[in-house]
Design a binder for this molecule. Structure first.
Ligand code: F6R
Length: 236
């Protein structure tokens, strides 16, 4: 593991430089992306680099980690909308190469296995970006006694719904379920970049990086990955 500690507010730039280098090094980069507050500054820098002609997205294929179940794709809080607003609509990515699990599929089980196959057909993920929840979740893999390996439907933890209620008008509007890549899907990425910034994540990050490897702290399973880079402004 490589741990990069940065000053508050600097993680976006540092992460964007490293992520852009990965994209530039590959002929047909397959990237895994995350939503939430954490990657927003990094996406801003990627947009700047794309618009200045330094970084080309035309050959990039992207798979997002997760999507809520039951929200229309165009709902302002769907992860599809989030990615359009924070990255895709400002860069020269081909929208046909942008993939999300469909949380409105008639058969969610089929959708999950199809998403898994699509990632494999694309050649697997070259670099996966992750944030971390206060409860240690990655993607929407919530703390559990078992490891959900592949893309699956996840019941969201109350603490996750409470945390994400800031994006909705009330907690009742926050979906109760989401489709998420599983732990194995995530660990199959050739490289992983975990970004951890914001208030109050030092303790869970410490547990994830140096504590027991356990599905009770899903991010701790990242200790098993040989090419993990962690960028954080937390005091750990
Ligand atoms: C988002 C995702 C989540 C977030 C995590 C942190 O696609 O999968 O695991 O990365 O909940 O969220 P923020 O960045 O809002 O603190």
């Amino acid at each position: 593991m490589e741990l990069i500690k940065v000053k508050k507010g600097h993680e976006g730039n540092v992460a964007a430089v490293l992520f852009a280098d990965e994209i530039k090094a590959l002929a047909r980069p397959v990237i895994g992306l995350a939503t939430g507050s954490t990657p927003v500054r990094m996406y801003d820098y990627l947009i700047k680099r794309n618009q200045s002609g330094e970084l080309d997205f035309s050959k990039v294929c992207s798979f997002n980690l997760d999507e809520y179940c039951g929200l229309p794709k165009v709902h302002p809080q769907s992860y599809y909308s989030f990615m359009q607003e924070h990255l895709f609509k400002y860069v020269n990515i081909d929208q046909r190469n942008v993939f999300f699990p469909n949380g409105n599929a008639v058969s969610l089980a089929e959708e999950c296995s199809q998403y898994e196959s699509m990632i494999q057909e694309a050649g697997g993920i070259d670099i996966q970006l992750l944030g971390i929840g206060h409860n240690g979740h990655i993607g929407f893999n919530e703390p559990s006694d078992i490891i959900a390996k592949e893309t699956h439907v996840q019941v969201l933890a109350d603490s996750t719904r409470t945390a994400n209620a800031r994006f909705f008008t009330s907690i009742e509007e926050v979906p109760t379920h989401a489709i998420t890549m599983g732990i194995k899907t995530i660990l199959n990425a050739r490289k992983i970049m975990l970004l951890c910034c914001g208030e109050g994540k030092a303790e869970i990050l410490k547990q994830a990086l140096y504590g027991d490897v356990t599905p009770r702290v899903p991010a701790s399973l990242l200790q098993l990955h040989p090419q993990l880079t962690v960028i954080t402004d937390q005091n750990i």
